[in-house]
Design a protein around this ligand. Structure first.
Ligand SMILES: C[S@@+](CC[C@H](N)C(=O)[O-])C[C@H]1O[C@@H](n2cnc3c(N)ncnc32)[C@H](O)[C@@H]1O
Length: 231
């Protein structure tokens, strides 16, 4: 399929629909995807569907779907521009284990129902969600997004299933690096409800929703992988 970034390519004689390349590109994903993928390989259940909350551009989705097969990957994002980008990356990657993105906003209490409706539409065999992956969201959204993520995840996941978080975190109220402190300040200047979260506060929310902390893994660039499992 011919691809011209941001432009419509006329349909090819023979019937293909016009393709509009709406891929967005976030350079950080190229830097962090390998190390995140290594952790996911070690921690996700070997089969089933991984639901990604806040997929952003969709670059991670295509990379992880390819690397983590035979698992299937279900991306999502509340932002329509992000979902268009995910669709474009998906169309070009042409992977049979990568689903169309869902519109999910974890501050909306009905978000798990959107996933359940999708599972029903998919028909037999119903894709079973065995993991929820959330990268670089809870510091760039209100605290209610962290709460909504865990409360919704507890409705979708079963005992032993995994919830994976990635991003910068404070430990015991302290930043782990000066660059994270500066990043926190810049986030709060953009939006007073955003900010680098305290890992202990996140763990309290997780525990109330029925998740136990399995592992905290330091990652490059002062980030952490945080692996929870459903009790
Ligand atoms: C910094 S981007 C990270 C995107 C991607 N995970 C990555 O690492 O490249 C933050 C993403 O969180 C999404 N987001 C913000 N608030 C959200 C919410 N309440 N529910 C779900 N996603 C949300 C945004 O639309 C955006 O795509």
């Amino acid at each position: 399929m011919p691809v011209i970034r941001g432009r419509t390519v006329p349909s090819i004689p023979g019937g293909m629909a016009p393709f509009i390349d709406q891929r967005q590109y976030a350079p950080a994903t190229d830097r962090n995807r390998e190390s995140i993928c290594t952790v996911l390989k070690e921690n996700l259940p070997a089969t089933g569907t991984a639901l990604e909350i806040a997929s952003g551009t969709g670059q991670h989705a295509v990379f992880f779907a390819e690397q983590l097969a035979p698992r299937t990957w279900l991306p999502s994002d509340p932002n329509p521009i992000a979902r268009d980008s995910i669709r474009s990356w998906r169309a070009i990657a042409a992977l049979n284990n990568l689903h169309e993105p869902l519109e999910l906003d974890v501050t909306q209490s009905q978000w798990p129902q959107v996933v359940i409706d999708w599972q029903q539409q998919m028909g037999e065999p119903v894709p079973v969600i065995r993991a929820i992956v959330n990268i670089n969201m809870i510091h760039i959204s209100p605290w209610a997004a962290c709460e909504g993520l865990f409360s919704g995840a507890s409705q979708l996941l079963s005992t032993g299933d995994v919830l994976y978080l990635y991003g910068p975190f404070k430990r015991a109220g302290q930043h782990t690096a000066p660059s994270n402190a500066a990043f926190d300040q810049s986030l709060q200047l953009q939006n007073s409800t955003w900010g680098v979260r305290d890992l202990e506060a996140v763990c309290e929310v997780a525990q109330s929703a029925g998740f136990a902390l399995r592992e905290v893994i330091p990652m490059p660039a002062n980030n952490f992988s945080v692996v929870f499992h459903k009790v």
